[in-house]
Ligand binder design. Structure first.
Ligand code: NI
Length: 309
């Protein structure tokens, strides 16, 4: 099946999108208190300690807005926009089990955001990305997808890719195979219910997944494990300018940038970060698109050739 969304890296489900009414009933599966505990305890994908399981109790469905009142500030001066592209996303020929960067011919990079959706920060980020025509990849937590399905639906509608970041963000390397399967399948199904698509890649919470588990996940789900080449440690909340400078100094062609839309500081850093990367000549693609353009190392362009300001 070919469609504009197909090129962005999705498998489509045969079922149709659920109605809003059905979505709202699904919201009762996690209390607001439970979500706040989850977000408060999510420190990082790279931190050593896994999340404590959160207790959940029945609660009234949460009314969620599809967007906050935030509007992207007007751009000062001439700022480049990401070029339109219609790149394929079929990476099946590139059968790697794990990627932390991709050898590509051209200044392509993938910006990734983990641990969302967040009811305020994710829509704010989506506004920023839309203003710049930048497509990113969101590694979402299934439990949060169940809370904010409208945000995931908007994310897909605006051309971004959704990846599987498990249902409850546990450290998978400590879990049994059946628990790993459950974590991934529950997140996959939540994404399907929310947006009618299936993820094609996964990122393990804290980057923790044994080689044996990675091979199992690849064989059973078809997911390559996606790590990262640039980690600004934004979850430590060093301030937006530090997040920006770390990403700008660490990014090179074929890179995969790790960030977290859970944190407001990270989102605050994105206008300067993205504008800086665009000025350096980088072109943003989704993770699946980046994987699909993998080349042999002999022909890869591994350094940035665009002039820096
Ligand atoms: Ni994470």
């Amino acid at each position: 099946m070919k469609s504009p969304l197909h090129t962005l890296g999705y498998k489509f489900l045969t079922r149709t999108l659920e109605s809003d009414a059905e979505e709202k009933t699904g919201l009762s599966t996690l209390s607001r208190r439970g979500f706040l505990m989850l977000t408060a305890s999510l420190s990082s994908c790279t931190a050593a300690a896994p999340l404590k399981p959160t207790g959940s109790s029945p609660a009234a469905p949460i009314k969620t807005a599809s967007n906050s009142n935030y509007r992207t500030p007007p751009v000062q001066g001439a700022v480049p926009r990401n070029p339109d592209n219609n790149l394929g996303s079929d990476f099946s020929k590139n059968a790697g089990v794990t990627f932390s960067r991709v050898m590509v011919s051209g200044n392509y990079i993938a910006l990734t955001f983990d641990d969302g959706p967040h009811p305020q920060n994710t829509p704010r980020l989506l506004d920023m990305l839309r203003a710049r025509n930048v497509k990113a990849t969101f590694y979402v937590i299934g439990r949060s997808v169940d809370l904010y399905p409208q945000i995931v639906r908007r994310t897909v509608a605006e051309g971004h890719e959704i990846g599987n970041h498990t249902h409850t963000h546990r450290l998978l390397s400590k879990l049994s195979d059946s628990e790993v399967r459950s974590e991934l399948s529950r997140c996959r199904d939540a994404i399907g219910r929310a947006a009618g698509v299936q993820p094609r890649t996964m990122r393990p919470p804290y980057g923790g997944l044994l080689q044996r588990q990675r091979e199992m996940v690849h064989a059973e789900f078809g997911y390559p494990t996606i790590l990262w080449s640039v980690d600004p440690l934004d979850w430590k909340r060093p301030g937006p300018s530090v997040v920006t400078s770390r990403i700008l100094s660490g990014t090179s062609a074929g890179g995969i940038v790790l960030a977290h839309d859970l944190h407001s500081q990270t989102v605050d850093a994105m206008p300067a970060t993205i504008d800086g990367l665009l000025r350096r000549g980088f072109k943003f693609v989704t993770v699946s698109q980046l994987l699909a353009m993998k080349v042999e190392s002999a022909t890869a362009q591994t350094t940035v050739t665009a002039p820096t300001p």
